[in-house]
Design a protein. Structure first.
Lengths: 347, 347
DNA sequence: ACGACGCATTCCAACGTTGTAACAGCCAGA
DNA sequence: TCTGGCTGTTACAACGTTGGAATGCGTCGT
């Protein structure tokens, strides 16, 4: 409350306000002696710069937003940790926003509401019509996570994502390699996001490579990527006529897989003997579930690092930069839900 | 970027800047005709107030921080959602911070770093020495979550929490009611937080009520409340001499329980037949785990609501308010990890 | 010895907003 | 007609900070 200002420090150190300002911002033209004197005063008084005033004057706040659909989704919570860590390295503070998949909210954030408060935004969109996003294209620094359609989309933003098609293909191919022939997919949506479409494509590609045909009845729709929808989708699959039931299932996210595993458990079916399960996300929850879940793990640290660095570059540059697409690595980790043997979680 | 200011609106509407300011803040002394004219101009130009300037002038930013140990802990992620929702009702924005249990960081936040940026802080402390917190007592609005020691602690802050002793007692009593006689506790810490101590006390009280004696070997230490520590603690318990092994375990948090269940699974032990499991948190992860986890569910919405309202009251009041302790309700929900029968998760 | 130069520091204005005080216009009552 | 009291509006200053121009001072070259 007792705000210490530059003025207080200046009086204490016997210099002008501007000199103090210069010292705290590390501008070169300050003699060593005064610098020390000022720094001592800063310490003694416990001065901390006022971000609001700074922002007002310079247009920079050091504040960026990370907008995710749902914080209670482990993947996003873990990603948020990485983003925060990465941003801290660059002296940026992260404001975490939740869109709950609301398109209006996503658009609002992407177009820089509170541009007056934020220097930039990292957005993980779910339902934003990319077209609208493109038209709302502005100079506000924006990085999109995981939502690049490979078609003719010229959204004015950088993209950071994993190769969703390839990730889905690897997971599905792994299931096929086990000899499974009726492989289901959980994660299809009526109004599919780009991520959802790409994972479906990877799924189909793997089926094709394995000489299997795509059966639409094995791809039930879900409303959201949460445990409950995974559970219900799996119930739908297990209530198919006996000959039509799947012997493996690829889930678009870990949370769907957790729900699916629960449904199999309730139906008294064994994993992976009767139904093998694989997914994408690599959350810790998947590692500890019983059985532990085979999953494609995106390199979250790399995603966070790329996104933050990208955004920082855009914030600091004067001229408009070209928009880039960065691919982060991923890797398939096989566990009990496909391998079967009771394993030990890393100690 | 193209910032629309009060001035732009004023020119457009043909009034003074101050009148526009009055209109947007709903101060009474404005005639209906000018109000409409101004509002139209606001809409046409898409004016949004600049939070930094507002903060600089008024000392209010409408920004509060929620500081939790770890966002990847489902309990805190879910709590964050409730806090955000509750804060939104009051027009407040929530900045989420992660302390990772670092005492210095906790103290820094509690004493209002960025008092210049934040109106107040909701802190869920883990390792802050309450003594230091008390001495750092200041006028900065602060609400503490779940960390009240019932002793002579006069920390200058409001507290919102559940009755930890009672919650732990209920969970343990439930285990005892199943006829279990060797009940273990996972969650003891070398340097225990108040929460940890209270849950231990409730545990011991339930043992006493059931005529059981407390065996320290059944209360292994953990470093953090995460899945990994739960797993390792359970491994310690299952490697005790056969006659000493527990037939039930009460975990201080869901995450510990998930780890414990995993350890039991790896050891080939059945839940609840050989070992029954109960915990506290009521996260969705616990509901979907196999077997589903009996847990005490704190009313997170109530906790969030109380905390935010409490903080808002403190922010808006001029005189120092008396510090209060608010207890939020909780309820025990029994599931497969103690009841055994394979149940259906609510559809 | 004098002007020119370089360097460290200071002065001034501005960022967008709001609180206070002042101001103009109007009607009621004398 | 004038005073007094409203009501609605405006002018001004200030919040803490920083960019740019201006200032002071010592040093160097001629």
């Amino acid at each position: 409350m007792t705000a210490v200002t530059l003025k207080d420090v200046a009086i204490r150190a016997g210099v002008s306000i501007k000199t103090v300002s210069n010292v705290v911002r590390d501008v070169p033209r300050v003699s060593e002696s005064t610098r020390e004197r000022v720094l001592r005063a800063v310490r003694e008084l416990g001065y901390r710069p006022n971000p609001s005033a700074r922002r007002l004057r310079t247009g920079r706040s050091g504040l960026i937003a990370l907008c995710v659909p749902d914080l209670a989704t482990p993947y996003f919570a873990e990603l948020a940790q990485h983003v925060r860590a990465e941003a801290a390295k660059l002296g940026l503070t992260v404001l975490i926003e939740e869109t709950m998949g609301d398109a209006t909210e996503e658009l609002r954030l992407a177009t820089g509401v509170g541009a007056a408060l934020l220097d930039g935004v990292i957005l993980s969109p779910l339902h934003v019509p990319l077209g609208e996003l493109a038209s709302a294209s502005n100079e506000f620094p924006l990085v999109l996570l995981g939502e690049r359609s490979y078609e003719r989309d010229q959204v004015a933003a950088d993209h950071v994502l994993i190769d969703n098609i390839e990730a889905a293909r690897e997971a599905t191919a792994h299931l096929a390699a086990l000899g499974r022939t009726r492989i289901a997919a959980i994660g299809m949506q009526a109004h599919a996001s780009a991520t959802s479409r790409q994972r479906l494509e990877g799924f189909q590609r793997a089926l094709h490579d394995a000489g299997l045909t795509y059966d639409p009845r094995l791809a039930p729709l879900v409303k959201r990527f949460d445990r409950r929808n995974g559970l219900m989708a799996m119930r739908t699959l297990t209530s198919l006529p006996p000959g039509d039931r799947p012997d493996a299932v690829f889930c678009f996210t870990d949370l769907l897989a957790v729900g699916a595993q629960r449904a199999l458990y309730e139906a008294g079916m064994t994993i992976p003997e009767e139904v093998a399960v694989a997914s994408i996300d690599g959350s810790e929850e998947a590692l500890y579930s019983t059985p532990s879940l085979t999953s494609v793990i995106p390199d979250k640290a790399a995603i966070a690092s790329l996104a933050v660095k990208c955004l920082a570059a855009r914030i600091h540059s004067e001229e408009p930069l070209p928009f880039e697409v960065h691919l982060a690595p991923h890797r398939l980790v096989t566990r009990e839900s496909t391998e079967g043997a009771r394993q030990q979680v890393t100690p």
